[in-house]
Design a binder for this molecule. Structure first.
Ligand code: DSN
Length: 488
């Protein structure tokens, strides 16, 4: 298996020595940075070394291409451009208009969406824009229509107070955090849990799988304005056609947060009922996880919601990050190449191989396996908390994050799970054989880690474990270099 071509030789520039050109660019950039604040240049160099030297298994991380990364380091950053294409609150936005239009065009084409909004700075921002757009479309617009005005400023005080009360009393239903949902899907400590009356749906306690009949029954009873589907720690595919049926039955807007699996949608691993775009009213995403772009957010919408989404900035967001929108355009262009489909399929195949490798060695997985890019390991059988397991793995050069499992006895801080993901190491070129070896190393670390007494954080790693695993990982990492040919 070879490293993905976007890291070394993009199809768009045949004949160029991409790695050598990128090396020159980075060397020059670091020299310039060094002349002002050498500590930042040093930390930047060190981050590359650390990423090169560790097994990155954080499900939400990836390695963006040099083209994506270099696009972010430009003077596009210096331009204020609140508003939207052709309708800005600042003069001189002609180039930002061009950048934003290209990024949105690529996003529409990539996902087959009628409308794309590429301004959100993150996934949480994208979700806030979506919530606002749904409230504006479903609650505010009819209230303005009934009052015979176009603008909230023209409402009487009494009408305004009635509207505020209505906006503040809407219902949202999403997957619970411990079943794999995200904070922003109505978790009480998050703003989404405070903006809305919220109810969560979980997973079947016996199988860990989504129970659509239970979701339907809960939706019938609760009648949410917004039904949220999507996850950040659920290792299975979702049937979005069924979720849409449920939403339609109760008059809800279906919002899908595909932040985690956007790369699998772009790469056509998730199609038909598993592709959220044809089924949801509004789809939100990040651009940096399996999609492998710059850090940022994205909203796709049907025509009904597009005008309200378009007002995201400045109603919800601060000024758009034009340099990041430019990098999104480059990443979407990469994701439209045939090689991205092959990458996305390998991400899913590798997750299966990794899960099978763990199961074969006696580990317990939430839902018993995976059919996306996530594997959620229940570490209780090793006598550990998620916190202890995460730290022991990190000591051994394996970077993961601890995660709640359904009905987690250790809560959201210590947890009982470790979430793994395959997008990053797949970008490096790892295949099923390498992932099976990684599974062996993970089990080796956890089998050689002992909880200290009743502490949920302290642990002891058996002598030589970390050294052994680091040496074994180095063989895999050296054979699959990160940014091959890139020298600083
Ligand atoms: N931080 C992201 C993740 O790791 O899944 C979600 O917010």
């Amino acid at each position: 298996m070879t490293a993905d071509s976007t890291l070394s030789s993009p199809a768009a520039t045949p004949g160029t020595d991409y790695a050598a050109t990128a090396s020159e660019a980075y060397r020059a950039a670091l020299q310039v940075i060094e002349s002002v604040e050498p500590r930042i240049a040093a930390a930047t160099r060190k981050e590359l070394a650390d990423q090169r030297d560790s097994l990155k298994l954080i499900a939400s991380e990836n390695y963006a291409s040099p083209a994506v990364l270099l696009t972010m380091g430009s003077w596009l950053s210096d331009k204020y451009a609140e508003g939207t294409v052709g309708h800005r609150f600042y003069a001189g936005c002609q180039n930002v208009d061009e950048v934003e239009s290209i990024a949105a065009e690529h996003a529409r084409e990539l996902f087959g969406a009628p409308y794309a909004y590429v301004q959100p700075h993150s996934g949480i921002d994208a979700n806030l824009v979506a919530f606002w757009a749904i409230l504006a479309t479903k609650i505010e617009a009819p209230a303005l229509h009934d009052a015979g005005v176009k603008n909230v400023n023209d409402l009487s005080e009494a009408e305004w107070e009635r509207l505020r009360a209505r906006l503040g009393s809407q219902r949202l239903m999403g997957m619970s955090l411990d079943a794999g949902g995200h904070l922003t899907h109505g978790f009480r400590p998050n703003i989404s849990g405070k903006m809305f009356h919220q109810r969560s749906y979980g997973t079947d306690p016996a199988t860990g799988l989504l129970d659509y009949d239970a979701v339907r029954a809960a939706a019938r009873e609760f009648k949410p304005l917004i039904l949220v589907a999507g996850y950040s720690a659920y290792p299975r595919r979702v049937n979005f056609a069924t979720m849409r049926e449920i939403a339609d039955e109760v008059g809800a807007t279906l919002m899908v947060d595909m932040a985690h699996f956007a790369g699998l949608v772009a790469g056509k691993v998730l199609t038909g009922d598993e592709d959220p775009v044809p089924h949801a009213h509004v789809v939100t995403s990040t651009t940096h996880k399996s999609l492998r772009g710059p850090r940022g957010g994205l909203v796709l919408a049907t025509a009904e919601y597009s005008d309200a989404v378009d007002k995201g900035c400045p109603m919800v967001l601060g000024g758009p990050l034009s340099h990041v929108m430019a990098a999104k355009a480059v990443a979407f262009a990469e994701a439209r190449q045939p090689s991205f489909r092959a990458y996305a399929q390998r991400v899913a195949d590798n997750a299966k191989a990794f899960a099978e490798g763990l199961l074969r060695r006696g580990a317990t997985l939430v839902t018993g396996g995976t059919d996306n890019h996530i594997v959620l390991l229940d570490v209780q059988s090793f006598g550990l908390t998620g916190r202890q397991a995460e730290s022991a793995l990190l000591d051994s050069g394996i970077v993961t994050n601890r995660n709640s499992i359904p009905s987690d006895p250790n809560g959201a801080w210590y947890t009982s799970g470790i979430r793994f993901g395959t997008p990053a190491l797949t970008t490096r070129g790892f295949g099923p054989i390498e992932f099976d070896r990684v599974a062996e190393l993970v089990v080796h670390v956890l089998s050689n880690t002992q909880a200290d007494g009743t502490s949920k954080a302290k642990y002891t790693l058996a002598d030589n474990t970390a050294d052994f695993v680091r040496a074994a990982s180095a063989e895999l990492l050296d054979a699959n270099p990160l940014y091959p040919g890139l020298t600083l």
